[in-house]
Design a protein around this ligand. Sequence first.
Ligand SMILES: *[C@@H]1O[C@H](CO)[C@@H](O)[C@H](O)[C@H]1NC(C)=O
Length: 148
Amino acid sequence: MDSRLGVVVLFCLVGLTCAQPVKFVDCGSVSGKVVEVNINPCPSQPCQLHKGESYSVNVTFNSVVDSTESTAVVHGIVAAIPIPFPIPVNDGCKSGIQCPIQKQLMYNYVATLPVKTEYPAIKLVVEWELRDDDTKDLFCIKFPVQIV
Ligand SMILES: *[C@@H]1O[C@H](CO)[C@@H](O)[C@H](O)[C@H]1NC(C)=O
């Protein structure tokens, strides 16, 4: 095996920073453009989310607008029905983003996704939006996960 690949695999297995970008679908980012999405730890895709654990979600995006505020809205889509997926901090400006957001700048939105023990062990799609002052999406991404 290529030794660099070996190191990456080892890092992923022990749950260290595994900067393997996650495959996502853009669901209408109009106020920004998504560069990359990282979920940690997520050694294989779709990401397996273990009940009782927390995951970090890191979305790198370019803003095309100025915005003083930003608000995250997260849903889990189960059987085509979006269900609110609570996260501890909805304020994007307290999630790694230095506000006010300026157009043409790149930002890293970094948030925590806690997986409650009472969640059912199902596959679902997570839809994660970050809305600007006009409630337009700085980003909207969708990615599949499996709760285990
Ligand atoms: C978020 O991802 C970007 C791009 O991979 C990386 O440069 C940055 O260090 C990450 N930030 C955190 C807090 O993980």
